[in-house]
Write a protein that binds this ligand. Structure first.
Ligand SMILES: C[S@@+](CC[C@H](N)C(=O)[O-])C[C@H]1O[C@@H](n2cnc3c(N)ncnc32)[C@H](O)[C@@H]1O
Length: 246
């Protein structure tokens, strides 16, 4: 039983890959002819040249669409793949879940011939996001314990560049910051279920902050405070691509 066997049951209901973020990941992978997707989940952002997906949760594996790349149930810390097996290895919104980051990253380096591409977030930026700052500090507290600073990944991987990935206002992938311009969405339990920063916290703990958000949306307080966001096309919620060449 993995964490995502519990919290991943409705993942595909709200976590549809966003094409603009997909284009950024595809560009980061460059001309790689073979790709290994680690922490692959339901297959979001997997490019056609993916030769293998690695995912520990059976619940997530079961939601992979027909025609997806072959998948093996395993963990980043022990990839069942030969040295230098693929041109590029990708790991999207997963490194914060790994139990042994250093070993997992060493495995990415061992299996990638040319490039490692990681999508993660910079908690020093995300901590300032209005939802966690004003309403749900408990979510920031959880992510403070597990977020991996992009600079730390860069130091461990070497040969790295870091690129910001801004979140479009109508982002289709319902991760933590996705609804920055659609605040009512955070009141929907199905939306919250697709975000590990909220679904891994006792709902009773979150309820007072959610009640305050609901009240501020009804009274107009949220709109008074954040009206400047409503004309923004995208938002820097801290998401970062870490691209390491071998
Ligand atoms: C937020 S989901 C991201 C899934 C997919 N990459 C995406 O972008 O939709 C995080 C995934 O990491 C997986 N995961 C957790 N621990 C892992 C580990 N040690 N090695 C590999 N994957 C892991 C989870 O089971 C889950 O499917």
């Amino acid at each position: 039983m993995t964490v995502y066997d519990s919290i991943g049951t409705t993942y595909t209901a709200t976590r549809r890959p966003d094409p603009r973020i997909g284009a950024r990941i595809a560009a980061a992978l460059g001309d790689a002819q073979s790709v290994l997707n680690v922490g692959a989940g339901t297959g979001a952002y997997e490019p056609p040249q993916t030769v293998l997906a690695v995912e520990p949760s059976q619940v997530m594996i079961d939601q992979r669409p027909p025609g997806s790349a072959p998948v093996v149930q395993a963990r980043a810390e022990a990839l069942p793949v030969a040295d230098n097996a693929v041109d590029a290895v990708m790991a999207v919104l997963t490194v914060h879940h790994w139990t042994d980051l250093t070993t997992g990253l060493a495995e990415l380096r061992r299996t990638a011939r040319r490039r490692v591409v990681i999508l993660t977030w910079d908690q020093s930026v995300t901590r300032e996001f209005w939802l966690v700052k004003d309403y749900l500090p408990e979510a920031a507290a959880l992510d403070d314990t597990r977020a991996v600073p992009p600079a730390h990944l860069a130091a461990l991987l070497g040969g790295t560049r870091i690129e910001p990935v801004h979140v479009p206002h109508d982002c289709s992938d319902g991760f933590g910051v996705a609804f920055w311009r659609r605040p009512d969405a955070y009141l929907n339990p199905l939306v919250r279920a697709g975000m590990s920063m909220l679904s891994q916290i006792d709902p009773v703990t979150l309820q007072p902050g959610l009640n305050r958000l609901a009240a501020d949306l009804t009274s107009g307080t949220w709109h008074t405070r954040y009206h400047h966001l409503l004309s923004q096309p995208d938002f820097d919620g801290g998401y970062r691509l870490v691209i390491a060449d071998r």
